[in-house]
Design a protein around this ligand. Structure first.
Ligand SMILES: Nc1nc2c(c(=O)[nH]1)N[C@H]1C(S)=C(S)[C@@H](COP(=O)(O)OP(=O)(O)OC[C@H]3O[C@@H](n4cnc5c(=O)[nH]c(N)nc54)[C@H](O)[C@@H]3O)O[C@H]1N2
Ligand SMILES: Nc1nc2c(c(=O)[nH]1)N[C@H]1C(S)=C(S)[C@@H](COP(=O)(O)OP(=O)(O)OC[C@H]3O[C@@H](n4cnc5c(=O)[nH]c(N)nc54)[C@H](O)[C@@H]3O)O[C@H]1N2
Ligand code: SF4
Ligand SMILES: [Mo]
Length: 764
């Protein structure tokens, strides 16, 4: 067992700030990828693991949902994939004495950075009511306690079962089956805080809430518009796809309040030109939009398209496509006729000329892809904004043909697959019917709670048991103070995890941690070595098989944990052979084949090297399974955010060295920040106007209609070329500023990207 020497958290005094970079990856990327991996995990374990990562017979990178290219290189991973691998594969283990040495109160004092550095969890631990310590218990005892607790509830709806998007398809399927057999649809997941707005917008307008492009479409596109996304950090290998697209003549436009390094220039570490040369210039146009201005921008673009068509009838719109496949054009045209250009310019902070230029690019391109991520989904009016992306694309038939489409880029590596497998608090009746037919038990039909709903219900005492399959909900969700007291208001919290985080410290009266294998590890069951499957952001499903010796023999696979939990809780309540599921994952896949559309012959199809693509009506055949059977061009009332004088619109985003609430280091190389995370990036002109000096310290107060004073104390101000009127901080440090009830309309996603804040100077 390896024990790490104590690690001290860094303080703000160590903070160093330098000029932001204007290119991504290159040699520093390789050094950052390999250095820590070799140091922590060891050269031989690292090489064995990394060489298998993202290979057709290896395991899927556990970081983001970016897709794998059809042809794989020897090193098919990026810097951040390597960091995620190292974080999981490390042989540093939490030692048994840790639990006696550290009380729950001690753990509450620590940061997530420190908690993660303690190493891999290896044995189940339990904190009984009244105790301030976890203590090791056997697996048998753990399941016994859970069965007692869950079966003692007055209603199954008093429990919630969270999922984070790293969970594999088979695990997700068995987990939702267990939860529904237990009797509830309380299946909140990380997607509620992530791409829920995308699902809502695309579900309504085109009938499928997933990307309408394949990997190969990127190299066929003439124009790729990247909105509200920072691929250099969050989907680094996307830069390779963008580089390939550029080589084929594509133009790239970035729409973002931040001049992100990865959107400007890419030095591909796999090529000589990338290592020693200038690299590839990516964005041909950078629209530095004001936060929450995208809806206005998109409407202005569509209006320009419609105006051009009016000026030269029959030359701009794809009228054939619209006539055959769409509805709503007339109402849309009428609505946009009165669009106020002045309001657009105010909301976007752009000039008419900039918008004209992008409109020209759009109209002169045959094949256009628009991609987006959290910069669009985490706003109050995210859903109508994304509907405007669909409108713009539909006008010129940019859907269901090569090189064109709508491409939401998903976050967690299998967040999309988890939804496909039934992790959703409001799965459609069709899925529930199929489940009922396959397993012969009555499936609950009432909608369950989502992530925000779960916190509310815990706060109000309506949910008393919280089980999490991965993730770190208390830290990831909005309104940290409320979320923490809600979690502490429960009777029992259970975390199925690989490593410690804040959710293991902020617990109910009683608490349990169940440690599991990571994706890179060999999963041996009664019938032999198992593999699982995952779905990437373009709906391609493929196998993932770990090849490293597990860090401890005491670990169970996630599927073992879920099936044993189901057996303990349900006994023979439902006719499901949970034990067989655990022994041979093919048996799970057989059922998936019967229940999940497009997964017939699942066992066969996932065994093909590289896997298979799920069917997708809009992409494959221009079939739109919406209410009307047509793609919907929708009318959305323009919404803009008003920021009172002296206030800024703040977003919370990711540094280059974190994966959501997992902090790999306190650095953010591309933005020039070292040794600190309590920083706020503000435009120099705004600083001058506010009379706040670069390098000084401020408390950040958020202002919302409920009048509650939410404060994030002592952040260092960094003068930074973000859009005027906007500010940026790191997630999750400023989640405390996002009111629980401030969520996107329809999707209920916390508004993590447009928070009205005021900066109040404090002493250094
Ligand atoms: N290394 C690493 N990879 C990750 C993650 C990670 O934490 N680390 N997280 C994963 C997950 S779960 C997700 S969801 C994705 C997230 O991937 P991203 O969405 O790229 O993540 P963020 O860091 O939140 O960046 C949001 C981007 O949107 C911009 N933005 C903010 N507001 C607006 C706006 O109003 N309009 C426009 N046009 N742009 C705006 C920001 O400036 C920023 O560039 O990444 C996944 N991959
Ligand atoms: N303010 C603000 N808040 C946000 C966001 C934002 O941009 N701004 N982004 C939101 C988004 S997009 C998302 S997706 C959510 C993320 O919310 P979550 O998915 O809940 O959070 P993560 O930090 O990704 O979860 C990390 C934890 O998962 C566990 N884990 C890691 N690997 C495994 C594994 O293989 N198995 C198991 N069982 N456990 C594992 C580890 O214990 C690790 O600490 O946060 C959201 N919150
Ligand atoms: S792009 Fe994403 S999935 Fe691919 S190696 Fe990098 S972190 Fe992993
Ligand atoms: Mo996400």
């Amino acid at each position: 067992m390896t024990k790490r020497p104590p690690v001290e958290d860094v303080t703000a005094d160590d903070l160093q700030v330098s000029k932001p970079k204007d290119w991504a990856a290159g040699v520093p990327g390789i050094a950052q990828a390999m250095g820590p991996a070799f140091k922590d995990t060891g050269v031989s374990r690292s090489m064995k693991g990394l060489l298998a990562m993202n290979q057709k017979d290896g395991f899927d990178c556990m970081s983001c949902a970016w897709e794998d290219p059809p042809d794989r290189k020897t090193f098919e991973f990026c810097e951040n994939g390597a960091k995620a691998f190292n974080w999981e594969a490390t042989p540093v283990l939490v030692p048994r004495e840790f639990w006696a040495e550290n009380s729950i109160d001690d753990l509450l004092e620590k940061t997530d950075y420190w908690l993660g550095l303690q190493g891999r969890l290896t044995e189940p631990v339990y904190k009984p009511v009244g105790s301030n310590h976890y203590e090791p218990i056997s697996w048998e005892r753990a399941f016994e306690i859970l069965a007692q607790e869950l079966n003692a509830l007055d209603s199954p709806n008093q429990a919630a079962f969270y999922t984070s998007g790293r969970t594999a398809n088979e695990t997700a399927f068995v987990y939702q089956l267990f939860v529904r057999a237990f009797g509830t649809n309380n299946l909140p997941d990380c997607s509620n805080m992530c791409h829920e707005s995308t699902g809502a917008a695309m579900g309504e307008t085109v009938g499928v809430g997933k990307s309408t492009v394949h990997y190969r479409d990127f190299e066929k596109a003439d124009l790729i518009i990247i909105m509200g996304q920072n691929p250099g950090t969050n989907h680094p290998r996307m830069l390779t796809a963008l580089e390939d697209a550029k080589k084929n003549g594509a133009k790239i436009v970035a729409v973002n309040p931040m001049p992100e390094a990865g959107l400007k220039r890419y030095k591909n570490p796999q090529t000589a030109r990338g290592l020693i040369g200038h690299g590839t210039d990516l964005a041909d146009q950078f629209l530095q939009v004001k936060m929450a201005g995208d809806m206005a921008l998109l409407q202005a673009l569509s209006k320009r398209v419609l105006d051009a068509e009016a000026a030269h009838p029959g030359t701009v719109l794809d009228q054939e496509f619209i006539d055959k496949y769409c509805e709503g054009l007339e109402a849309f045209r009428e609505h946009l006729a009165s669009l106020d250009e002045q309001r657009v310019l105010e909301a976007t902070g752009l000039t008419s000329a900039e918008i004209d230029e992008l409109a020209e690019r759009y109209m002169s391109s045959e094949r256009v892809i628009i991609t987006w991520a959290m910069g669009l989904t985490q706003h109050e009016w995210a859903v109508p904004t994304i509907k405007e992306i669909i409108n713009l694309l539909l006008l010129r038939g940019n859907m269901g043909r090569p090189g064109a489409g709508a491409s939401p880029i998903r976050g967690h590596s299998n967040v999309q697959g988890d939804r496909t497998m039934g992790i959703w608090e409001k799965m459609p009746p069709k899925f529930l019917d199929a489940l009922e037919k396959e397993f012969e038990f009555t499936v609950p039909r009432d909608d369950g709670v989502d992530a925000v709903g779960a916190i509310r219900a815990m706060r109000d005492g309506d949910i008393t048991v919280f089980v999490a399959l991965g993730g770190n909900l208390v830290k990831a969700v909005s309104d940290t103070v409320v979320a923490e007291s809600a979690m502490q208001n429960t009777h029992l919290t259970v975390q199925i995890s690989t490593k410690l985080n804040r959710s293991h410290a902020v617990v109910g009266e009683s608490a349990m941690i169940l440690p599991v294998l990571g994706r890179s590890e060999i999963d041996m069951q009664a019938s032999g070595e198992q593999f699982v499957t995952v779905e990437d952001t373009v709906a391609a499903i493929h196998a993932s098989k770990g090849n490293l010796t597990p860090v401890a023999p005491t670990l169970l696979s996630e599927i073992s944990v879920v099936t044993r939990l189901a057996r303990a809780v349900l006994g023979d309540k439902v006719p499901v052979d949970w034990a067989h599921f655990e022994h041979n994952y093919d048996s799970i896949r057989r059922h998936i084949g019967h229940v999940v559309p497009g997964c017939d012959d699942f066992n066969l199809k996932v065994r093909a090297p590289g896997g298979f693509d799920l069917p997708h009506g809009p992409r494959d055949t221009r079939t739109f399974p919406t209410k009307t059977g047509k793609a919907m061009i929708t009318v959305n009332e323009l919404k803009t955010v008003t920021v009172p004088p002296g206030r800024l619109l703040m977003q919370s985003l990711r540094s280059h060295d974190q994966f959501n609430t997992t902090i790999y280091s306190n650095n953010d190389r591309y933005r020039g920040v070292k040794n600190g995370r309590h920083v706020v990036f503000v435009n120099p002109d705004d600083l001058a106007e506010l009379g706040i000096a670069d390098g000084s310290y401020v408390d950040i107060h958020s202002e919302w209609t409920d009048g509650v004073d939410r404060v994030a104390p002592k952040f260092r101000v960094i003068s930074y070329p973000t859009a005027r009127g906007c500010a940026a901080t790191y997630f999750p440090e400023t989640n405390v500023l996002v009111p629980l009830d401030h969520t996107a309309k329809v999707s209920n996603t916390p508004v993590s990207k447009s928070i009205v804040v005021r900066l109040e100077p404090v002493a250094a």
